[in-house]
Design a protein around this ligand. Sequence first.
Ligand code: HEM
Length: 254
Amino acid sequence: MTALSMQGCDGSVLLDDTSSFTGEKTAGPNANSLRGYDVIDTIKTNVEAVCNQTVSCADILAVAARDSVVALGGPTWTVPLGRRDATTASLSTANSDIPSPASNLNALISKFSNKGLSTTDMVALSGAHTIGQAKCSSFRTHIYNETNIDTSFATSLKANCPSSGGDTNLVPLDLSTSTAFDNDYYKNLVANKGLLHSDQELFNGGSTDSQVSAYSTNQAKFFSDFASAMVKMGNVSPLTGSSGEIRTNCRKTN
Ligand code: HEM
């Protein structure tokens, strides 16, 4: 997952489908992939109990993302607050704006650029793949049909991801330290051990190789660029002022 609503940082990704719109949860990149909606529900219930209709679901998501990174040993940053929640969501926007794991470098650069995020931001943000997991269907072509992958790494993955079937089997995006937020993702790329085709695109003889190499030997630089880029990404098209609403239940509009 890209734990993102591509409508902007407006909590639209949390909305369940209704009779008037089909939301983002079933978008190709999110279906059976984005998880943890129940964690956001619990936080929201607790926040509403002490401070009614004041903190948006979009702000809760932004703070939860920061706190998760900190809890796993990554950097911290100040999350600007005051986002309001969308009153609608769009399946088609989610499908068209979220980059696929089959993307090449140019496609990755342009999807981020369309949201006002630079190539440097894109490479730093991709370091989030130091945690979490991917489904077999997201990386099968890369391990069976591509050559820019370490042979023994590819072989070891095939046990869990057969050439047909097992589409939803999960593998850590960073096989070495999948629950620590560190710079191992970039060390893996330099060793041709990127799990997704799109991951390995960042170190495949192109313009972003130097940034990947730098992060692979300088975790502090990765941490500081990641923190800045998360603030920038958190400012992508938020709703403010009297736009949107403060939802009382993150799954539904008021
Ligand atoms: C550069 C473009 C990106 C692509 C193509 C991409 C693609 C993917 C894919 C295919 C998965 C696995 C989904 C699955 O198979 O279930 C995934 C997981 C994940 N992505 Fe990305 N992603 C990108 C950028 C990002 C960014 C910017 C972040 C956050 C800053 C991020 C955070 C994550 C996390 C945390 C997971 C693991 C989710 C879990 O274990 O539940 N990704 N991504």
